[in-house]
Design a protein around this ligand. Structure first.
Ligand code: PLP
Length: 471
């Protein structure tokens, strides 16, 4: 049944009738159940049609880094829409797109020189994979076509990006459509480091899997290695150990393999650096960004490519054989420019680091001794909490309990948006909760997020028949 939304000046978002607008024609993510209808965003909160407020503790999926209704971004969008709505990039460039590219490159890691603007993360990854292939054609190495990636990473849902991703359940039913991609181990200290290994030794061991794989398939066939510097959705805010990415960079250089870093989720300030790889002291041949770039105000993503790659295309065919209608959209670029204004004018990168430490401390205080929380990790305002049946053995819960889905529902009841996921360990087993709150989160709001999450987890465990020994 479609219900009427009554919008009046005094009460702009009241519904007549019951709580949800249930459309008969939206093909949603799921055909089951109902969802609240979001009608307004206000700072760190989303408000539904009943007036219930939800703290946006994961920015949806690490998107809304400035929270909702930021006045500067709204004003920039109004100005842009009054000036120029759209000009197809087959005919024109535009001032917001040019300015955005200049600003991103000014801040980007060394060597990155060009920005290809798209509409989201999957498109950015898809463009990176195709550009890698075209690069090797331009430079006369046509046998290079393979992508090597890592298990427990997510790179998007289009076919090329899905093939690169290493999340088994997302890939399984589409496997016949996916190009052959091989996956090495992630750098996932909590799950992978052995008791007799130092952090550094562990990182070198798993980085060296890349060399082994390149040699196995033949270096002359490998075009790129792709990885998320801090793994987001599928593993729950997992940074690499020190030295891992330096070794990855060395191996890529040694075998002439392009390094693509997928910062769609962890980039644009989320970890306290504009580009999360800054923390590792290396650069990449390509970096993909999205989510926080438009901060939810507009759909926008970008592929940053090195001068070496751009020059090879410029000296060769002269065009990247790719393209989408909406790439370089002026309104999307204007939103991203305004988001960057706010990040820098309000010094939000420092704030992310500061509030990130406070969030970690609050999580540790609440869950540090919890019998069913095995690990609390992350960087900046990108944090993950991993659930275990047994802290000693790190044994996960039975996946059929679907704890992650129950935590999500119970958190929504509490008025908290967080991003729980199952399959943390191998695509099947393991549960974690990802938090990625707005950079403007206050100290009190950190307490609000952690206490709501605590209640959601306790309710979930209590109603799932899980015995809680102490807490
Ligand atoms: N890459 C990473 C690391 C992501 O986390 C995501 C989305 O979650 C994507 C790519 C795909 O982005 P989008 O959903 O905007 O297509």
């Amino acid at each position: 049944m479609l219900l009427a939304l009554c919008v009046t000046p005094n009460n702009p978002f009241t519904l007549s009738g019951t709580e949800n607008i249930m459309s008969n024609h939206i093909f949603g993510r799921t055909t089951r159940g109902t969802m609240p209808t979001a009608v307004k965003g206000e700072g760190c909160y989303l408000i539904d049609a009943n007036g219930k407020r939800y703290f946006d503790g994961s920015g949806g999926a690490a998107v809304s880094c400035l929270g909702h209704s930021d006045p500067h971004v709204r004003q920039a969008l109004h100005q842009q829409i009054d000036q120029l709505d759209f000009a197809h990039t087959g005919f024109f460039t535009s001032e917001p797109a040019e300015r955005l590219a200049d600003r991103l490159i000014e801040k980007a890691p060394a060597g990155l020189d060009r920005v290809y603007l798209v509409s989201g993360g999957s498109e950015a990854v898809e463009a990176a994979i195709k550009l890698a292939r075209q690069y090797f054609l331009e430079v006369g190495e046509p046998t290079r076509h393979r992508v090597i990636a890592r298990r427990q990473s997510y790179h998007g849902n289009t076919l090329g990006a899905l093939a690169a991703g290493g999340n088994e359940w997302r890939r399984a039913q589409f496997a016949p459509l996916l190009v052959d991609t091989t996956h090495i181990a992630p750098c996932f200290e909590y799950r992978g480091r052995q008791a007799n290994e130092s952090q550094f030794e562990y990182g070198q061991r798993v980085a060296n899997e890349l060399e082994t794989e390149i040699l196995r398939v033949g270096p002359e066939t490998v075009m790129a290695f792709i990885a998320e510097p801090v793994v987001g959705a599928t593993a729950g805010a997992v940074p690499a150990v020190p030295g891992y990415y330096k070794r990855i960079r060395e191996i890529c250089d040694q075998y002439g393999v392009l390094l693509i870093l997928d910062e769609v989720m962890c980039g644009m300030g989320r970890t306290g650096h504009l580009f999360s790889i800054e923390a590792e002291g290396i650069s990449a041949d390509m970096i993909t960004i999205a989510k926080g770039l438009g901060a939810g105000y507009q759909p926008i993503g970008a592929l940053l490519a090195s001068k070496k790659i751009y020059d090879a295309v410029a000296a060769g065919s002269g065009f990247f054989q790719h393209g989408h209608t909406y790439l370089g959209h002026p309104i999307a670029a204007a939103a991203a420019n305004a988001v960057l204004d706010v990040i820098f004018e309000q010094n939000l990168l420092d704030r992310v680091t500061e509030q990130g430490h406070k969030l970690q401390a609050a999580l540790e205080q609440t869950f540090g001794d919890h019998p069913h929380i095995g690990d609390i990790r992350g960087r900046g305002l990108f944090r993950g909490v991993e659930l275990v049946a047994d802290r000693g053995t790190k044994e996960p819960f039975d996946p059929s309990l679907k704890l992650h889905a129950k935590i999500k529902a119970n958190a929504m009841n509490e008025g908290l948006i967080c991003y729980p996921m199952g399959g943390t360990i191998d695509g099947q087993r393991g549960d974690h909760v990802l938090l990625a709150p707005p950079f403007i989160i206050s100290d009190n709001q950190i307490d609000e997020v952690v206490s709501k999450l605590d209640r959601a987890i306790e309710t979930t465990l209590a109603t799932s028949g899980v015995h809680l020994s102490t807490h």
